[in-house]
Design a protein around this ligand. Structure first.
Ligand code: ZN
Length: 150
């Protein structure tokens, strides 16, 4: 467990304890549900898109600290960006948590999300860290089905 504890850096713990934008969005234009059966994480992402831009993004869910903190930080990162920009951020984030990215470059691009770099050492946790993002993509695509990380 000591390895996992190192993974749960302070910023992740803080977002897990006090998740930002964690509420249903009544004026959402799209929403999608995500499920990570390996860990039991469940999430619903709500989006309000206007002219391809993320005007609002919120989530509701229950799961491990990694999944909830990632969702919380995702909403802060993606609000105000275009869907296209959001997908690019996810690519960089995905490279970071799978250990493919250059850590320095990712840190500049991702800001606080760089706290998830430790996830790359725990492949099972990658699904936790990316669940909200896959669900965001599904919502932006207008998919109504539940995303499974499997
Ligand atoms: Zn999880």
């Amino acid at each position: 467990m000591s390895d996992l504890r190192e993974l749960y850096q302070e910023v992740i713990l803080d977002h897990n304890k006090r998740p930002r934008n964690c509420r249903k969005l009544d004026c959402a234009t799209c929403e999608a549900k995500g499920h990570n059966p390996l860990c039991g994480d469940r999430i619903t992402v709500y989006l309000r898109l206007e002219n391809g831009r993320v005007e609002e993004v919120t989530f509701e869910g229950a799961g491990c600290a990694i999944s909830m903190a990632s969702a919380s930080m995702m909403t802060q990162t993606l609000k105000g960006r275009t869907v296209e920009e959001a997908r690019k951020v996810f690519e960089v984030f995905h490279d970071l948590v799978t250990g493919k990215g250059c850590p320095g470059g990712a840190a500049a691009e991702l800001g606080k999300l760089a706290a998830f770099s430790g996830v790359s050492e725990f492949p099972a946790r990658v699904k936790c860290a990316t669940l909200a993002w896959h669900t965001f993509n599904a919502a932006a695509d207008g998919q109504q089905t539940t995303v499974s990380s499997e």
